[in-house]
Design a protein around this ligand. Structure first.
Ligand code: GCW
Length: 683
């Protein structure tokens, strides 16, 4: 096992110049109360400080300086001159991190509003130490901006992971839980360190064995895994099979309006809470891509979700109902059906009808985690229904952790998108943080990118997506640069050249990936099923509703109101008008909204065809530049990490070249238009 990449951003490397200064503050630890979460925080502090400073934190004696860890109700605030008001306006997960020097005594206060806040304060301190920044004086009050900060595992119990690119599951093997949960605990540490507070531990596609996760067969083990996460403040959820009353309960129906079904869910939920008192609830993929749901019984999403919500309500449990609902059996000849419209068309009319412990989970784009998509118009469009945003950290359509594609800049664009739902100031980030529409529950979830690979994420640089996800949703005001630098310093140390190189690669990677793959927001063009590598017509005549409509004259999907599918009208003004207009529509989304001739001139001044050629040549060149830069830091980073990235960059170059050549040739053949720069395009 290679420790550097295994420990990811929790390596706790020995401190350089600041060591003596830090040691003055960190000799002892005083833990104010016993609780699992505070125990985890104290363990982490001991481990980290031992490793960074060589100091064993003393629990009993008061050394020169000490850490005081607890909640604001446990710590004697007066003693440190802190007003309890400090904690009045922060959320339950907020904290104060403060250095105090009084009467020759030094203390670092890590005081949470609750235990969880104290845990986050501990990780904050460890981060500061590892970054080697001054801790005296320091006084920080922080609260997470989003309520649910969730991870969705797409792990199956046979050990495979749907859209997993980092080995097998750390949870399951051979249709059972694994025996050894060491990695699960280390995963919990990684997640808690960036503020994740909820996790669903099985795939949203719930197959036969996984259906039994909510039965006696597996509940004892679900409980064991849950308690590991709970000790790090992470609430456990399960994905459920909507047909459970039939498949587990032996009933003849799963109709949500049937009294016996309602009773079955009630009893089932009560049983789960006997095992796991802090259970979070269910996540449900229903009537989506062939999975069972209320449609079978002529019921809708409201009835479907509410029967579960009723059962969960007495325990404060939640139903997270996914909105990834569309016709996955479309006929490509049918030009009137538009998959992009589906989520909004299905759910918008249902606003206000869900019980208040239902949260709708909506993917960031209307299609499916493409390298470029507009923001889903459903986000924020329901003012009376709790909503949650879904990102995908796993790089299903963005290089599968073979190609580097750092997604923080993309997610930031999504969060900063102005929806105008309530006029100006209606950004996605204020929708999902619950403030704009005063949602009772809201937040962000994302599909995880980890597996049992020694470095967790296949490509070591893909760790940055998991780290950055947590940090960004904790505080969407952090800049991409801040988050990126932070991850690099924690993972690679402080060598200037290393920091600059990794930063360069990460910050350019999303745009580079976009350049050599599907152009101008059109999406797909990937190999069917596994979704890696180019295949321009791979999905052109399929049933999935994902077409580019390229012919000899042009390309793109007409989603305008006048001549197209009308999808544009799902946006508020002025967005609707902007997207609908050929003149106003931003270049990067042009082909998502319009069908245009290859000779159409973009705002950049180039024609569409020349843009395609240029970006595809540039994309490969820029991957080559990544390789040169990376090779330049050989010997300055851990050898295993160096080799891992080097090898993946090589695979990325091969992939980029294949994309370039297939896309360029395809469009050259279709259009017959030559590259203005006369570069090699295979005829
Ligand atoms: O993008 C598609 C994926 C499926 C996935 C589905 C979903 C879990 O290709 O693998 O199924 O989305 O989000 O439900």
């Amino acid at each position: 096992l290679d420790t550097d990449s295994y420990q990811a951003w929790l390596q706790y490397r020995p401190i350089g110049a600041k060591k003596e200064e830090y040691k003055k503050w960190l000799a002892a630890i005083e833990v104010k109360e016993e609780s699992k979460i505070l125990e985890s925080a104290a363990d982490e502090l001991k481990k980290g400080i031992q490793s960074m400073l060589g100091v064993t934190l003393d629990p009993d004696t008061y050394g020169e300086g000490r850490i005081v860890l607890g909640t604001y109700e446990q710590v004697d605030l007066k003693q440190y001159g802190i007003s309890p008001d400090t904690f009045r306006d922060i959320s339950d997960e907020g904290y104060l991190l403060k250095s105090v020097f009084e009467k020759e005594e030094r203390a670092i206060l890590l005081i949470g509003k609750t235990d969880r806040g104290a845990l986050y304060a501990a990780f904050h301190l460890l981060r500061l130490l590892q970054k080697e920044v001054p801790i005296d004086p320091i006084a920080v009050v922080e609260s997470p901006r989003n309520q649910f900060r969730m991870i969705n595992q797409w792990d199956n119990m046979d050990g495979s992971i749907e859209r997993g690119y980092s080995g097998q599951s750390i949870f399951y093997a051979d249709n059972d839980f694994k025996e050894d949960f060491t990695r699960v605990k280390d995963y919990a540490r990684l997640l808690a360190s960036v503020g994740i507070n909820a996790i669903s531990i099985n795939n949203v596609n719930v197959w036969d064995v996984e259906t039994k996760l909510i039965s006696k067969t597996f509940l004892p083990k679900v409980k064991a895994v849950s308690s590991i996460f709970s000790a790090y403040g992470i609430i456990p959820f399960l994905s459920i099979n909507y047909a459970s009353p039939m498949e587990l309960g032996g009933l003849g129906t799963a109709d949500p309006l049937s009294a016996e079904v309602e009773k079955w869910w009630k009893d089932k939920v009560a049983e789960i809470y006997e095992y796991i008192p802090d259970f979070g609830g269910f996540i449900v993929k229903a009537d989506s891509e062939g999975r069972p749901g209320p449609f079978t019984y002529n019921r809708g999403h409201v009835e479907g979700a509410n029967v579960l919500a009723k059962a969960l309500k007495p325990f404060d449990g939640k139903v997270i109902w996914r909105c990834f609902v569309y016709n996955h059996l479309q006929d490509w000849r049918d030009r009137s059906t538009d998959r992009a419209r589906a989520a909004y068309d299905h759910f918008k009319p249902l606003d206000g009808k869900f019980l208040d412990n239902v949260i709708l989970q909506i993917k960031n784009g209307p299609m499916d985690f493409q390298v470029r998509e507009p923001v889903s118009p459903l986000l924020g469009a329901m003012t009376q229904t709790n909503q949650m945003l879904e990102f995908q950290i796993a790089q299903e359509y963005t290089g599968q952790q073979i190609d580097v594609c750092y997604l923080i800049p993309q997610w930031k664009e999504v969060l900063d998108f102005e929806t105008y739902t309530k006029g100006e100031g209606s950004k996605i980030k204020s929708i999902v943080d619950g403030s704009l529409h005063d949602y009772k529950y809201s937040g962000i979830a994302a599909v995880s990118n980890i597996g049992n690979d020694a470095n967790w994420t296949g490509h070591t640089l893909a760790q940055a997506n998991l780290y950055g996800y947590g940090r960004l949703i904790w505080n969407p005001e952090l800049t991409t640069e801040q988050i990126t630098k932070e991850w690099i310093h924690l993972t690679f140390g402080h060598d200037r050249e290393v920091v600059d190189t990794v930063e360069y690669i990460l910050l350019h990677s999303w745009k580079v990936y976009e350049k050599y793959t599907a152009p101008l927001g059109i999406g797909w063009m990937v190999n069917p099923n596994h979704h890696y590598g180019p295949n321009v017509d791979g999905y052109e005549y399929s049933k999935w509703g994902t077409y580019h409509f390229a012919d000899r004259d042009g390309i793109g999907v007409d989603r305008t109101v006048e001549t197209g599918t009308g999808y544009c009208s799902q946006y508020e003004e002025p967005n609707a008008k902007v997207y609908d207009s050929l003149e106003l529509c931003p270049d990067e989304l042009l082909l998502f909204f319009h069908h245009v001739p290859y000779t159409h001139q973009l705002k950049s001044g180039k024609t569409v065809i020349q843009h395609i050629y240029d970006t595809h040549f540039e994309g490969v060149e820029e991957v080559e530049a990544f390789i040169d830069k990376w090779n330049g830091i050989e010997g300055k980073v851990d050898k295993a990490i160096f080799e891992n990235v080097k090898q993946r960059l090589k695979m990325q170059r091969d992939n980029a070249m294949e994309w370039r050549d297939q896309v360029n040739t395809y469009f050259y053949r279709k259009s017959g238009i030559l590259d203005q720069q006369n570069r090699t395009i295979h005829p």
